[in-house]
Design a protein around this ligand. Sequence first.
Ligand code: HEM
Length: 491
Amino acid sequence: MDDAASSAQRLRQVRDLPCPRGLPLIGNLHQLDAPRLHRVLEAWAEELGTPYRFQICGMPVTVWSDAELSQSVMRERPHRYRRYASLEPVLAEIGCNGVFSAEGAAWEPQRRLVTQALSLPHIRAFYPTLQTITARLHDRWQRAAERGDVVEMTDDLKRYTVDVTSALAFGEDPRTLEQERGVIQEHLAQIFPTLMHRVNAPFPYWRYVRLPRDRRTDRALAEVHRTIRGMMARSRERMRDEPSDAPRHLLEAMLALRDAPGSDVTDDIIAANVLTLLLAGEDTTANALAWSLYYLCADEPLQQRLASEARAVLGTHAVCPEYGLVKDLDLFEAVCSETLRLRPVAAIMAFEPVEYVQVGDVALPAGSKMFFLTRGPMLDARHYSLPGRFDPERWLRGHADADARVHDPRAWVQFGAGPRVCPGRHLAAMEMRLVLSTLMNRFTVKLAVDPATIEEITAFAMVPNRMPVRLELRPTVASPRPQTKHSPGRD
Ligand code: HEM
């Protein structure tokens, strides 16, 4: 037997992979409880190893928990792999087929614009606005602390991320941190669970009949798209009335491209990217921050150490006073990395090959469904010592070498990898360090409920069901002072 024939014999086919016991015809469909999807898949991975498959009616979905493999799949895009194909039509139907779901020639120009808009030089130029918005979050928390209110952090943090993304990418600050109700987040919140539900549905029933949840989503989408079109119209007016040599933000760059001769960009593509950025920038960062509070609330000594680092960098300012100083907030960055290791907001990443591939010893025809679970490798003692322990120190330079602990950051792929790596990662890192340093400099935090009641929900991102927190002003800043209209980074 020649080498090719013997290796073909050793290759497993998808049908050879272990599969959890299911039912005739529907397979494992009845076990795929959408809000707990990542937990269900992780439990099967513990039982069956990697890779395994589950069945949605006649369709097999392969599931992998191998960081090295997921990295190589992500790097071999777009020529060998693409995102899960069911995503594109589902996103297109809601007017959101932008840079996240577009493939091939349509993806490249969108990616270029978005990457540029979220690049470090842009974030640096945007820093004064970031300070202003972070100061607004501080003021909101100060009022809550003075009143003794419990703050639902998932809500406040989404207000923050939407204000930031909008101001940076679309040149409009919706100031949702200053409003109580009627904010765009209430509508965006309807969209993720519906997306999750539709991408995994065996049959697109909503194209034939609208259930109450679909009608709720329709209403939310109508409102969100009305807001987006309003933003586009205002941006056009500003471009006409206050022309500038270069686009001032992503929305202007996209509108300019649309008006260029021979352009393929349409208003619908622009609106789809505005919605993509609102969704991509809101939930991930806000929930990563909310998860970090889960750990901080349980660890007063860590809060104390963070407060000292914040005080050393921020001094008496409410917000880090200079862009250049943010990099000194090392321990804060470590807290964010460690939080995402234990609570990966990107818990499932879904791809498929565009041609026949061999992955490990498995043969996969084009179009095979591949889910990568990101938490398994991050909780593997081969990659991190004492993997179940929340230990931000492990991310600090020199620490791993000092006591020869295992620390393999390649197992951490929370921002993806390769050509489609998250273009918002610099902004997310900046937001997380700014928010947490402001919080720890001025407040102590306590969870307002039993931590056992905080549950993980799959809602596209992996989010906590809630994060109610009680804030107390730190004694050094608790002395009564008259409230003045804020200026960013003020004392
Ligand atoms: C903690 C925060 C965040 C996490 C964990 C996260 C995670 C991810 C992941 C895993 C991907 C897929 C990467 C891949 O396929 O290789 C992604 C893509 C993307 N993210 Fe993020 N993200 C975060 C914040 C943001 C922010 C703040 C923005 C923008 C405001 C953003 C915009 C995007 C976009 C536009 C894509 C699609 C890129 C493409 O397909 O070319 N993300 N993100």
